[in-house]
Design a protein. Structure first.
Length: 137
């Protein structure tokens, strides 16, 4: 893996090599500061919004804290080290998934972008993203 972030509109999807996590996650929300603080130690990700806290938790943890688990999701990590200034990776991924009727939630972290898709569509999403990678090469 390169130590320099990739910025090119074509290079990002061609180098993304999607990887499917085996765990199931749910997006949770709460305005309860104590609950958010307790759950945040187990969160894969969290974000403070005007309405409260959004957390991404493994489904077992979400259940433990009493969150709604009606929409389990799987995480696909795009292993390309995409630049925070790069343009087009999110658009290319969401467009490809949209064409196949697969909803997605994108989370950009420092080193990689992560795509959350409904668990029952995860394998199909992987195939779509592998095809996108090949077509971008």
């Amino acid at each position: 893996m390169t130590t320099e972030p990739v910025r090119g509109t074509r290079e990002m999807p061609s180098g993304m090599t999607p990887s499917l996590d085996t765990a199931e996650y749910v997006f949770c929300t709460t305005a309860d500061v104590a609950l958010a603080n307790g759950a945040s130690h187990n969160a894969l990700a969290w974000f403070r919004e005007d309405e409260g806290f959004s957390l991404v938790l493994e489904i077992a943890q979400a259940r433990r804290f009493g969150f709604d688990c009606a929409l389990p999701m799987r995480r696909i990590t795009l292993t390309v080290f995409s630049s925070l200034e790069g343009i087009g990776l999110t658009a290319a991924v969401s467009d490809a998934l949209t064409r196949h009727g697969i909803p997605c939630n994108m989370v950009a972290a420092y080193h990689h972008d992560h795509v959350f898709v409904p668990s029952d569509k995860a394998e199909r999403a992987m195939a779509v993203l592998i095809d996108l990678q090949a077509a971008s090469a």
